[in-house]
Design a protein around this ligand. Structure first.
Ligand code: F0G
Length: 475
């Protein structure tokens, strides 16, 4: 049995050697999902935990080491995932990992969004600033490195677009072949183009994400293909590292709240694991409340929280935030535990609220894809419900880059995104915000007088509406 880690079923608790896991990453006894545990993890065994903790650098030593690696020229140190490799010893030879220098993403101050949400202090961890434009890269470097170590030639995933973009890139770097299953017509062009650019065999299936994952899960049991969806527990090991980065970037302070979009629910599970492990190891004294936000049309976890029988009922998902158009999330049990253990909450937000929040994040010069904007929309609701108070520190996890889905942004600004019914559902204040934020392009004759007149009008109007500069930034 591998000394560095084991897999533990999150449903029945059964433990297996990492090499013994089935190709669908499901427990043969109860169909539950696995998590990676280490000799220092809670519940490994009493005497081993004690001795392994002694072997690990002390918290102060680890913090120093992780910081120091940022100035190293070695790829493994430059990666914002493998920089924290003491907490994810999942490969034997760390110097052979497949990395595109993922992680090390910025933590932006969001003063205008803070004001809109009703908090004093708001930060955004922009995971869209990863090499392929989404948070998936942090998980992909981890799981794909395991695939390479195990000798796989083929890797595959079902995806709403970002996982497939990320997997194809990392597979290409490693010289592996990749297969992508995506729902036909329901993914953003930016993402679809990426998997083709990186040379994947791209299969558009006439079904939704849930249908794609179901089919792929069956296929991997018949071919030697390594499954890279977030049911693969190694993905989550990489995706837990932004938790370390956030506290590092806050000088080892812990925010009171972390707000995360929820789709297949791997990311919220991973970030929760990261924070809880850091607390267990004494790197931090407490953890943030982790809140998961779903789109109203793809809200199975939100419904589960409201269901007194606590029964998970898959839904037929529909939302323009196609990244989270998922009705039967694989990691719902893990995510619900994280929410309960950290004292967080699950919220849902409408299409109109998502569109507004996305425009607001864009107007702050940051931008994100629609699925990421659910975080700001959700935060407004958490504040209104008194779950987040004004003076508490909040971090939004922005999961994808704004260029992933330019069509959504263009449709919004042209006034072609929302239906009349959706707009009618907005409050007076929200409608005024939409009107102020929409910036459709002007189409003009290339004539000096015409252009001058139009510019004068627009500039006077903008000046009358007041300055947009971020306080403290150069104007
Ligand atoms: N935000 C973005 C931009 C995503 O691409 C996803 C998931 C999520 C949020 C939700 O994260 O599934 O861990 O709860 N995208 C997956 C994909 C499903 O295939 O790219 P989750």
């Amino acid at each position: 049995m591998s000394a560095s880690h084991q897999l533990r079923c999150t449903s029945c608790g059964a433990r297996i050697a990492s090499e013994a896991v089935r190709s669908d990453f499901r427990c043969p006894d109860c169909n539950g999902l696995y998590e990676v545990i280490y000799p220092w993890s809670q519940g490994w065994s009493a005497e081993k935990t004690a001795s392994a903790e002694v072997r690990l650098p002390n918290p102060g030593g680890m913090r120093h080491l992780w910081q120091e690696r940022r100035t190293s020229t070695m790829p493994v140190d430059q990666s914002g995932v493998w920089r924290f490799r003491e907490l994810l010893p999942i490969v034997r030879d760390a110097e052979r990992v497949v990395t595109l220098r993922e992680g090390n993403t910025p933590l932006f101050e969001m003063p205008r969004s803070a004001e809109l949400a009703g908090v004093d202090w708001l930060l955004a961890k922009h995971q869209g600033m990863n090499p392929t434009g989404s948070f998936k890269d942090t998980g992909m470097t981890a799981a794909l490195s395991v695939a390479v170590e195990r000798g796989f030639q083929w890797v595959a995933c079902a995806s709403t677009g970002n996982t497939s973009a990320s997997m194809s890139a990392y597979a290409a770097r490693a010289g592996l072949r990749s297969i992508v299953f995506i729902p036909e017509g329901k993914i953003a062009w930016g993402k679809l183009s990426q998997s083709m650019d990186y040379g994947a065999l791209t299969v558009q299936l006439k079904t939704d994400f849930d249908g794609c994952l179901k089919l792929l899960t069956k296929l991997v049991q018949q071919f030697p293909i390594y499954l890279l969806n977030s049911v693969n527990p190694y993905r989550l090991e990489g995706q837990k590292t932004p938790a370390m980065e956030i506290v590092e970037q806050m000088e080892w302070q812990v925010p009171e709240h972390l707000v995360v979009p929820g789709g297949n629910l791997g990311n919220s599970s991973a970030l929760g694991k990261g924070f809880l492990e850091m607390k267990h190891l004494g790197l931090v004294q407490r953890v943030p409340k982790i809140h998961v936000i779903q789109a109203q049309g793809a809200n199975p976890l939100y419904r589960w929280f409201g269901d007194e029988n606590r029964e998970m009922k898959p839904v037929k998902a529909e939302t323009r935030a196609t990244a989270i158009r998922i009705g039967n999330p694989a990691s719902w049990r893990k995510a619900s535990r994280v929410i309960e253990e950290t004292g967080g909450w699950c919220e849902q937000v409408s299409e109109q609220e998502i569109a507004l929040a996305k425009a607001e994040i864009g107007a702050e010069g940051v931008g994100c894809e629609p699925a990421s904007a659910v975080t700001l929309a959700g935060l407004k609701k958490l504040v209104a419900a008194g779950r987040v108070t004004r003076e508490e520190r909040v971090v939004l996890v922005l999961t994808g880059h704004t260029l992933k889905d330019p069509q959504y942004t263009i449709d919004y600004h042209r006034g072609e995104l929302l239906t009349a019914a959706e707009t009618a559902g907005a409050t007076e204040a929200e409608r005024a915000r939409h009107a102020a934020l929409r910036k459709p392009p002007l189409v003009l004759e290339a004539d000096e007088a015409v252009v001058l007149k139009a510019l004068k009008e627009r500039m006077a109007k903008a000046d009358a509406a007041g300055t947009q500069a971020v306080p403290g930034s150069s104007k």
